[in-house]
Design a binder for this molecule. Structure first.
Ligand code: ZN
Length: 90
């Protein structure tokens, strides 16, 4: 599994939507790639924090789904930025 595939699979992995074989490849990549392991950690934490922030009784379950989408968007745009920064350094 490449780092790109890993990042693209994070959401599915956390939602338990990955095939068994994909889960194995995902977990294997996390154990050998410290960058992706750290990224996964950050992703989990951001989802946690956002979930807590939006878990007010005024909001329905639909709203918390939306906030999770937003988290994914924020994280993937951040990731794209860091990739761009890394390539311009070369
Ligand atoms: Zn990786």
């Amino acid at each position: 599994m490449t780092c790109r595939e890993f990042v693209e699979s994070i959401r599915a992995r956390l939602d338990h939507e990955l095939e068994f074989n994909e889960c194995i490849r995902f977990d294997q990549h996390a154990s050998v790639c410290s960058k992706c392991a750290a990224y996964l950690d950050g992703y989990r934490q951001t989802v946690e924090v956002t979930r807590r922030a939006f878990s007010s009784p005024d909001l329905s379950d639909e709203d918390s789904e939306l906030s999770e989408d937003l988290v994914g968007q924020i994280i993937s745009s951040r990731h794209r930025l860091s990739v761009r920064r890394r390539t311009s350094e070369r």
